[in-house]
Design a protein around this ligand. Structure first.
Ligand code: FES
Length: 175
């Protein structure tokens, strides 16, 4: 029977006494190369990168905004005479303010939660032609009320109350 004498050198190259990572490291592989090796040889679920940001996010504004725009106590006003917000006055216009997405829909101004309920991505865009809200990340579609029209999202967007001042220049958005 052959006897193997363990020395630091034989231990270094004996897979039975080393973890896979130690063995690969002994071959001079970098951490990045090791990760690529593991990802190829195992389920990719733990290796996938996070979802990308949408390609054309609607601009976010802080100009002419007053009040609480994030969290559970949304209550703010939007001055539509400020240039950054003026686009919302046009039919089909939209604006992102804090955690809220506002659109000028056929029924008037509507406001819903800014992040898509599918994967919490900032991909909502208002589609004037179909009078709905689409997510550019995976294709979910919501009604202007926030209800799901098409998945993969399975949960409605939270909707907010929008009131317009008598002169039409100020919106108030409330939870
Ligand atoms: S994050 Fe919107 S559809 Fe997936």
């Amino acid at each position: 029977m052959k006897t193997i004498v363990e020395t630091p050198e034989t231990q270094q190259h004996n897979p039975e006494t080393q973890s896979r990572g130690e063995f690969l490291r002994s071959l001079g592989m970098s951490s990045a190369a090791l990760m690529a090796y593991y990802c190829l040889g195992t389920s990719v679920s733990s290796c996938k990168s996070s979802d990308p940001a949408p390609a054309t996010p609607t601009p976010t504004t802080t100009d002419g905004i007053s009040g609480t725009t994030t969290g559970n106590s949304i209550n703010f006003t939007v001055d539509l005479t400020v240039a950054a917000n003026a686009g919302l006055k046009a039919a089909g216009g939209s604006l992102k303010v804090g955690d809220v997405f506002i659109a000028n829909a056929k029924s008037g101004y509507v406001a819903v939660a800014r992040l898509c309920t599918h994967a919490n991505q900032d991909g909502l865009t208002f589609r004037a032609a179909s009078d709905d809200i689409a997510c550019t990340v995976h294709g979910s579609v919501f009604k202007t009320t926030g209800a799901v029209d098409k998945g993969p999202a399975g949960t409605a967007l939270k909707s907010y109350t929008v009131t317009t001042s008598n002169n039409g220049n100020t919106l108030t958005v409330k939870a």
